[in-house]
Design a protein around this ligand. Structure first.
Ligand code: ZN
Length: 123
């Protein structure tokens, strides 16, 4: 997960200007981006990592998307669900889900149940 503000900070590190003083980004952004593996703190200087460059190349997206594997806790049903969450969203949105599973909305966000057993899927 990366917010637009954090992406902007990544962009700052990724495109240093010869004419401006050393790039400074908010410490909460640098610690987040380092934790995500997009930046590395090398002797006190922030450097772009290869995943960071890839993330930068992917551009500013309206949301981040990822896929979770689903496995029924009772039968052998397996599948995947693709989710997205943008910076402002409290909980992820379900983009698509495999046949055999269904989305159950909870106060903590979407949960996934096996259709046949009506039991929560393990992710
Ligand atoms: Zn099942």
């Amino acid at each position: 997960m990366i917010t637009h503000e954090e992406f902007a900070s990544l962009l700052l590190i990724g495109t240093p200007s010869t004419y401006s003083p050393p790039t400074a980004i908010p410490p909460e952004h640098s610690s987040r981006l380092i934790a995500l593996g997009y930046l590395a703190d090398i002797q006190g200087k922030l450097r772009m990592t290869t995943p960071g460059r890839k993330r930068l190349a992917a551009g500013i997206q309206p949301s981040d998307q990822w896929i979770e594997k689903l496995r029924c806790s009772s039968c052998t049903n397996t599948g995947t669900v693709s989710l997205s969450q943008s910076g402002g969203d409290e909980t992820p949105k379900v983009l698509s889900i495999s046949d055999g599973f269904k989305v159950v909305q909870t106060e903590y966000g979407p949960d996934f149940h096996c259709n046949a057993c009506n039991l929560p899927a393990l992710s």
